[in-house]
Design a protein around this ligand. Sequence first.
Ligand SMILES: Nc1ncnc2c1ncn2[C@@H]1O[C@H](COP(=O)(O)OP(=O)(O)O)[C@@H](O)[C@H]1O
Ligand SMILES: [Mg+2]
Length: 414
Amino acid sequence: MLYAVCCILYVLKRLDESLASREKALEDVQVNLKDERQKLKSLETKLLDEEKMRRKLHNSIQELKGNIRVFCRVRPPVASEMANHGKVASMRFYGDDNDKMELSEEVSSTLGKVTTKSYPFSFDKVFPPESTQEECFEEISQLVQSALDGYNVCIFAYGQTGSGKTYTMEGPPGAGKGMIPRAVQQIYQVAQQLNESNWHYTMEGQFMEIYNETVHDLLGDCSNYGKIKHDIRHEKSGKTVITDMTSVLLDSPARVNTMLRKASQNRATGATNMNERSSRSHSVFMLRLNGDNPVTGERTTGVLNLIDLAGSERLAMSGSTGNRLKETQAINKSLSCLGDVISALLNNKEGGHIPYRNSKLTYLLQNSLGGNSKTLMFVNISPLSEHFNETLCSLRFATKVNSCRIGTARRLTR
Ligand SMILES: Nc1ncnc2c1ncn2[C@@H]1O[C@H](COP(=O)(O)OP(=O)(O)O)[C@@H](O)[C@H]1O
Ligand SMILES: [Mg+2]
């Protein structure tokens, strides 16, 4: 009996000891857990701080880039040029940031001595012929984001006819699609994500053509093309209104294809030769983004303008008569006005005069080409030797634009 009691006492003691050691272990675990929780909390705070810091830095970078930026894009030779043994000009691409290029040509002196003349250029980015649409879009997607955040953005394609402006902006459907469909797709996706933080966006597109200093609606009824007079008005709020211009609600990315098709039908109606017409007019795709956050009461309006400019080739006035002469004058005037506006912005003292009114294009884009906006210009160039001189002209124009600084962009809230 005594033995049994002793045994039980012994077992109890062991149990007691084991319990104590478990309690101790539990205590240790709890201390550890507390430590870990504290660490987690401090990591979370750090993460929040870092996120804040990241946003701040991103914003500063965007503000610094709020000036006019210039990208140069060289297209590859197309099949027909290869078949005709088109000679490709000598070009070299370099720079740690892929921002430099050099053109060279052989020149022979009167004595027959052949030397190589080189022309170096530097831009914000240079896209060699093998660059994809995706790579180009990657570089502009931050600007598209800015339009969602409530900034006005202008993206131009400048260059001679056949240099790849329309390919860059619209591109063929599918993997080669251009900046317009990619921008709409990105906006649509980001807007859906922002929905979770109570932001509701609507996206409205207008597509117009400026031909001979007259604005045409590219999304209206084909039978009305050229029959309606559209006026441009700038409201006090900073909104630009074009009277009687069709507006399409882009509530799905697929709509952009229908829209581009419609624009191309309208262009065909207005032209006897579509390619010629598009090389002699500017197309402006204007996307308005209205954001509304009912929880915070914030509202934003951003405008993204994507502009496929008329061909920049120097057009001879001599020999042109009638309509041709009028067209030539209109193109020369509007492209030089764009250059003048940019120059004026470059040299602008506070409150100085900017000649927006000198052409329809600069007047239309007045609210997107100043201190409150972000501007990017693609200078498209052909790789062929036969276009060497036009290429040099385009690169020189671009260099002038590139040295333009237009101050810090400000966010527009309604
Ligand atoms: N990056 C590119 N990759 C492949 N083909 C291109 C590229 N850029 C232009 N092209 C082709 O070159 C030709 C001229 O381009 P296009 O965009 O019509 O010139 P632009 O609008 O400046 O007159 C078209 O056949 C187009 O498909
Ligand atoms: Mg074109």
